[in-house]
Design a protein around this ligand. Structure first.
Ligand SMILES: NC(=O)c1ccc[n+]([C@@H]2O[C@H](COP(=O)([O-])OP(=O)(O)OC[C@H]3O[C@@H](n4cnc5c(N)ncnc54)[C@H](OP(=O)(O)O)[C@@H]3O)[C@@H](O)[C@H]2O)c1
Length: 213
């Protein structure tokens, strides 16, 4: 698959490296494509590095790995046409770090996932990858078996594409419904962060256990 990943932080590089290793034609999008570390990263991974707009245009699937507060600005900068008809995997979280615990700058009655869908109305947004740390995003190896990626989105075919990508990279998945379930997914991120902060460990992932399997 042709994949564009927007954002070159820990998440962008983890998804980009992992998906390139699985043979996908990957372009990592960044505000600074000439950065030496990114050029070295491209050499190591076989992926390309480009500006946000070129990475978005490249992907049949485009993943958002952007700072929560910058996400809508980058979508606006690229323009909605670059995302039209595409599967857009939204891995972002609307995190704030004021005071002693992380919070969300949107929640309960709206979510960043819904804001993303409204910003790129012709894209098929799937909220996923926001409830786990970047180290486990592709090919997690955990003693308890495959963890569960919770996801949400309005388009069933787009969600199936993401479920297939997840299954090929070591994940079970659980569909929470339409994109408004990004409200629950973004809140789940806080539980993931809280456990990490309490234990000082960051290699945990959620797993859904079902009696009907
Ligand atoms: N870290 C994790 O393990 C983890 C896990 C699950 C979800 N998330 C979520 O995934 C997203 C990415 O997290 P991250 O830890 O990789 O990195 P991050 O520090 O949140 O930032 C990621 C990228 O956002 C872009 N960015 C930051 N400020 C910007 C601005 N003012 N204007 C335009 N672009 C800007 C930058 O892109 P360039 O540097 O390429 O220009 C940066 O590399 C976040 O929303 C985070 O909450 C993180």
């Amino acid at each position: 698959m042709r994949i564009g990943v927007l954002g070159s932080g820990q998440v962008g590089q983890a998804l980009g490296r992992g998906w390139a290793r699985h043979g996908h034609d990957l372009v990592l999008g960044t505000g600074d494509p000439q950065r030496t570390q990114l050029q070295e990263w491209a050499g190591e991974t076989g992926a390309q590095v480009a500006g946000f707009a070129n990475a978005a245009r490249h992907g049949e699937l485009v993943a958002l790995a952007l700072l929560g507060t910058a996400t809508l600005d980058v979508l606006d900068q690229v323009g909605p046409d670059a995302f039209a008809g595409k599967v857009v995997v939204d891995a972002t979280n609307p995190l704030t770090f004021e005071g002693s615990r992380p919070g969300l700058f949107v929640g309960h009655t709206d979510s960043l996932g819904e804001q993303v869908q409204r910003a790129v109305p012709d894209a098929r947004v799937v909220k996923a990858y926001n409830t786990v740390g970047n180290a486990l995003m592709v090919d997690p190896q955990l003693p308890g078996g495959p963890p569960t990626m919770f996801l949400a989105g309005d388009d069933d075919e787009a969600k199936q594409t993401v479920v297939d990508l997840l299954a090929a990279t070591g994940w079970d998945s659980a569909d929470l419904g339409d994109i408004s379930a990004a409200r629950e997914l973004e809140a789940m991120c806080l539980a993931w962060v809280k456990y990490g902060a309490r234990t000082g460990t960051w290699n945990h992932a959620f797993r859904l256990l079902r009696a009907d399997r």
